[in-house]
Design a protein around this ligand. Structure first.
Ligand code: PLP
Length: 360
């Protein structure tokens, strides 16, 4: 068996230990005689799996007791609709901060539900930075403020938390949740698609303050109502059972990495190695402002873009795959989520140095 170093933005690398454990438990989960995939979601085995996953996530993120954790489906993209459906009702207005491709999609969807005020945008410089809060043109009557705390495509990250006073702050953390400790109490709602830092695609985790549940207007479809989902412990219908199980194994793996403080150290070391190469001023460059660079998604350019294809081809030969940048920005992108080992980033950095000597 030969595993590659997979720099995909998502679905993305998972910890090898987790995959091995899932293989080990595939045919017979802990003496049950069944695969997790074959279990009733109402049975005691699966009840224990989802309860443990939630408890571990709560402990990792230190989630306060007045927040519900929901395991839902439809990916982060369905939250682009569920959030305005459930939260916009009070005023019919919401503020959005436009920082790139994912914010853009969230904004487009929210516009179907009410009045969206784009309070700030970094479009003027190709989404290469996070607009400071002092420059936001906020609406005091907004029902909530939506931010995308890590733009997976542009590679920018909020390294600070906006202060929105009594207006709930809603954050799409899909591509950096669990990469470092956060203060959940600063947010009204946090959501994250699983396939970046948690587990299989399709699952989305929503962490929502209890007072924001139950605000959906009459006529809201059951599957789109946080209250229905919360009242039924994420089991109004059959939840994505196997995805929840894998997420649970990832949470246990994170605990073995000394939790989020431990993984943050690891992530900072990995990103530092890579950004150092980009800042050396040779063949490579980062398009993102230093203060706002993502620890998870690192876009970069070759000074001569005619070398792009050669770079990708040679990288692949060295088992470094999925380094092509998103089609909307071009260049390269290395996604170095929690599960990317230091050895993978070292291999990439070594390859980049060697490629530069040959082609620079
Ligand atoms: C990947 C991603 C999404 C979309 O996730 P889906 O599960 O495909 O719906 C949304 N926001 C961010 C920041 C992402 O990285």
């Amino acid at each position: 068996m030969a595993r590659v170093f997979n720099f995909s933005a998502g679905p993305a690398v998972l910890p090898e230990e987790v995959l091995a454990q899932a293989r080990e438990e595939m045919l017979d989960w802990r003496g049950s005689g069944m695969s997790v995939m074959e279990m009733s979601h109402r049975g005691k085995e699966f009840e224990s799996i989802i309860a443990k996953a939630e408890a571990d996530l709560r402990s990792l993120l230190a989630i306060p007791s007045n927040y519900k954790v929901l395991f839902l489906q439809g990916g982060a993209s369905l939250q682009f609709s569920m959030i305005p459906q459930n939260l916009m009702g009070t005023t019919g207005k919401a503020d959005y901060i436009h920082t790139g491709e994912w914010a853009k999609k969230a904004i487009a969807e929210a516009k179907r539900f009410g009045a969206v005020n784009v309070a700030a945008t970094s479009e003027d410089r190709s989404f290469s930075y996070v607009p400071q809060q002092s420059a936001w043109k906020s609406d005091p009557n907004a029902a909530y403020v939506h931010i995308t705390t890590n733009e997976t495509i542009g590679g920018i990250e909020y390294h600070w938390v906006p202060d929105t006073g009594s207006i709930p702050l809603v954050a799409d953390m899909s591509s950096h949740i669990l990469s470092r400790p956060i203060d959940v109490s600063r947010y009204g709602l946090i959501y994250a698609g699983a396939q970046k830092n948690i587990g299989p695609a399709g699952l989305v985790i929503v962490i929502v303050r209890e007072d924001l549940i139950g605000r959906a207007p009459a006529g809201t479809p059951s599957m789109l109502d946080y209250k229905v989902m919360a009242d039924n412990g994420s089991m109004y219908n059959t939840p994505p059972t196997y995805s929840v199980y894998i997420a649970g194994l990832v949470f246990e793996w994170l605990q073995r990495q000394s939790g989020l403080a431990g993984i943050e150290q690891h992530n900072r070391a990995k990103a530092g190695l890579l950004y150092d190469v980009l800042d050396r001023g040779g063949l490579y460059a980062s398009p993102v402002d230093k203060a706002d660079r993502s620890l998870m998604n690192v876009p970069f350019r070759l000074r001569d873009e005619k070398l792009d294809e050669q770079f990708l081809k040679e990288a692949k030969t060295s088992s470094l795959i999925q380094l092509k940048g998103h089609r909307s920005v071009g260049g390269m992108r290395a996604s170095i989520y929690n599960a990317m080992p230091m050895a993978g980033v070292r291999a990439l950095v070594d390859f980049m140095g060697e490629f530069e000597r040959r082609h620079g």
